[in-house]
Design a protein around this ligand. Structure first.
Ligand code: ADP
Length: 649
């Protein structure tokens, strides 16, 4: 095998038909600066500073990569084939060091690398490695040899609805994955979505991606590609933007694929922006695209970001089930509409759609989560409901609450409701901060950057519980002895074991929660009904339920620990306690608890053996030591995912 010979184009197609001249003066669509649309600056692209890399690029640790064909060019980078010594071919996104002129550009590149590196999803271009030589930085990526959706559209002019259904499902799956990790891509467009050898879509180019912090939730930088920019991005400093800009871009791509060009297309960028701001677009009169597709596009292209469907809702639109859905897309699609699409029967289409969703990581949430505890009060079946006030179903309802607060002064008539909405937002954000801190500490420990030592004794946990949220709320006993009820309105009342004193937790506008203590003889009348319910559960739990803890905790009522939120899943129930303890009761009766901001971990076996260790030592040992847990790694992953998911709620 000749090591220096340029690699051959894969699949016999040149990678980028418009720009396949190595080192040539290529013209690729550029992200134009939208900050100053009026000044049409004809700036040299930074990517032009990137010279063709040497025929063998050596990494610092001595690995050699043979440079192959030029694949394409963006605003910042040029991309080349690279073959490793074993003959495996990659794409190397190559950035000239000369183009990294200031700290800002360096930070931007490092952020792209950091974000992309952390992504593993079947529909995201896989990051492989990153290295540098004297002239370039190389980001080694999974190669996508079948060009991009942009190239497909250029070849085909229009794409059929069945194919677009398939593409949209894969795109939604990948974006859902990104958003769950709080990453907004911000540059989703046909040219940044590539095809792998099996014609599966892969989202690439994380150059504008950003991680939305849990506290602010909005970005104010104006960025993107004119045709794909969401209206709120054009609002710049005043409105801010978030995850919904990616949903908007899905709408633009869907329109472009089905109708042949982006909806707000114009020669002049300023006209594009004006059209976007005024939502001025039409469906071509001669098009036969179905009404179901138009309904989805209209919703995706809602000017108000809150009106756009959330990712899970998108796949519930009739359009996905209203026509043929192929099981895969073949390379034939790059050139022409495959002629077998209309023969896919309805049943087969539904199966293909379900399989496609499954493959992209979108699982149907079981409508009736498996009951972990088969206990019930009276004859009614307890329902697995979260208190509505603490658990918005989706980002749309969460943002709605925030939006409602903004109009508080105008609509004084509904102040009570608004106060609640405001509280909800506060509570969610303070829970999010605690979750982020815990995840951060866990990741530092995992990466070896920090070592944790066990700092405290066994954590206070929930030792008994009854989900009675279809009537009153969720009742629990803490291992410290106190009994509490998290009522459906989000308030909690806790009682110690051995006195009539109570602790009352109300949602508070500033802190998220306000805790008051009352002695048994001075409980306000207003709370007496709550106390009755607590007493009722106390009696019930003592009579019916086994205690899962070993009972070693003293009464720690003074620590004001209470249950903030609980989540039921098919595999576990998760409790979030006010002191930052996260308890997972798995269906197989093992319990794993993270406490002390993720630094301490506890295992309670079905036989109630308790082992509390530092997370560091458990990860070092890859399991608990005295009470190893057969599926520790799987459960640990579940737990981390659950923490991440809660941040995104
Ligand atoms: P930029 O950040 O400069 O916009 P991109 O990430 O969009 O750079 O990459 C530039 C071009 O390189 C793309 O348009 C495409 O032609 C090619 N390219 C990028 N990633 C891959 C890949 N994984 N496989 C094949 N070609 C790629």
């Amino acid at each position: 095998m000749s090591s220096t010979r340029a690699l051959q184009a894969l699949n016999g197609v040149q990678m980028n038909t418009k720009s396949n001249v190595p080192n040539g003066n290529v013209k690729t669509p550029v992200k134009s600066s939208v900050t100053k649309p009026e000044k049409k600056r004809k700036k040299e692209k930074l990517s032009s500073l990137c010279k063709t890399p040497p025929s063998v690029v050596r990494t610092r640790n001595g690995r050699g990569y043979h440079r192959g064909l030029f694949l394409g060019e963006g605003g910042f980078a040029r991309c080349f084939q690279m073959k490793d010594e074993a003959g495996k071919v990659f794409a190397a996104k190559t950035v000239a060091k000369a183009s990294i002129k200031n700290e800002k550009t360096k930070t931007k590149l490092l952020s792209e690398i950091k974000i992309h590196k952390s992504m593993v999803h079947p529909n995201i271009v896989q990051f492989v490695d990153c290295f540098e030589d004297d002239i370039n930085v190389y980001i080694l990526l999974e190669i996508c040899p079948n060009q991009s959706l942009m190239d497909l559209l250029k070849n085909r002019k229009l794409v059929s609805e069945p194919e677009v259904r398939f593409f949209m499902t894969q795109i939604v799956g990948a974006i859902k994955y990104l958003h769950r990790r709080r990453v907004v891509h911000r540059d989703l467009k046909l040219g940044n979505i590539f095809f792998d050898p099996d014609m599966n879509l892969k989202i690439g180019d994380f150059g504008l991606a950003t991680v939305v912090s849990s506290s602010s939730g909005k970005r104010y930088t104006i960025c993107g590609t004119p045709n794909y920019i969401a209206p709120e991005v054009l609002g710049g400093k005043t409105t801010g933007h978030s995850f919904e800009v990616d949903i908007w871009a899905i709408g633009i791509m869907m329109y472009a694929l089905l109708f042949g060009k982006p909806p707000f297309q114009a020669k002049d960028v300023q006209i594009i922006y004006d059209r976007i701001k005024h939502n001025e677009y039409k469906f071509p009169e001669d098009s036969t695209v179905s009404e179901e597709a138009r309904v989805l596009i209209r919703d995706l292209l809602s000017t108000d970001p809150l009106q756009r469907p959330v990712l899970d809702d998108i796949l519930d639109y009739d359009w996905f089930k209203s026509g043929p859905f192929p099981s895969s897309v073949s390379v034939e699609s790059l050139r022409q509409t495959p002629n077998n699409l209309s023969f896919i029967a309805r049943e087969e289409s539904l199966i293909n759609f379900a399989n496609c969703k499954q493959a992209v990581g979108i699982h149907e949430v079981p409508k009736n989560p498996v009951e972990i505890l088969k206990t019930d009060l009276e004859s009614e079946q307890p329902k697995a409901l979260l208190p509505q006030s603490l658990s918005p179903n989706n980002t749309k309802s969460k943002y709605k609450e925030v939006a409602t607060v903004n109009i508080k002064s105008v609509k004084s008539k509904i102040t009570n409701q608004l106060a609640n909405a405001h509280n909800d937002n506060k509570t969610i954000s303070s829970m999010n901060d605690q979750l982020s801190n815990t995840l951060y500490a866990m990741e530092e420990i995992e990466s070896g950057k920090s070592r944790s030592i066990r700092t405290s004794g066994d954590p206070v946990i929930i030792s008994k519980w009854v989900d009675y949220s279809n009537k009153h709320g969720f009742s629990y006993q803490l291992s410290s002895g106190s009994i509490g009820v998290l009522f459906n309105n989000g308030q909690s009342v806790l009682k110690t074991v051995d006195s009539n004193d109570i602790c009352y937790v109300a949602l508070d506008e500033k802190s998220g929660w306000n805790i008051s203590h009352y002695q048994g003889d001075s409980i306000p009348m207003l709370l007496s009904r709550y106390v009755e319910v607590v007493d009722f559960f106390k009696k019930y739990m003592n009579a019916h339920l086994a205690d899962v803890s070993s009972g070693s905790n003293s009464n720690r009522f003074t620590q004001d620990i209470f249950l903030r939120r609980y989540t039921r899943d098919a595999n576990y129930i998760m409790f979030e306690l006010s002191n930052g303890t996260y308890q997972f009761n798995f269906k197989d009766h093992h319990k794993i608890i993270l406490s002390d901001c993720g630094r301490t971990i506890t295992h309670i076996s079905p036989a109630k053996e308790v082992e509390t260790l530092s997370l560091w030592s458990v990860l070092e040992n890859q399991n608990f030591i005295k009470t190893p847990e057969q599926f520790f790694n799987v459960k640990y992953d579940f737990m981390k995912q659950a923490l991440r998911d809660k941040i995104l709620m």
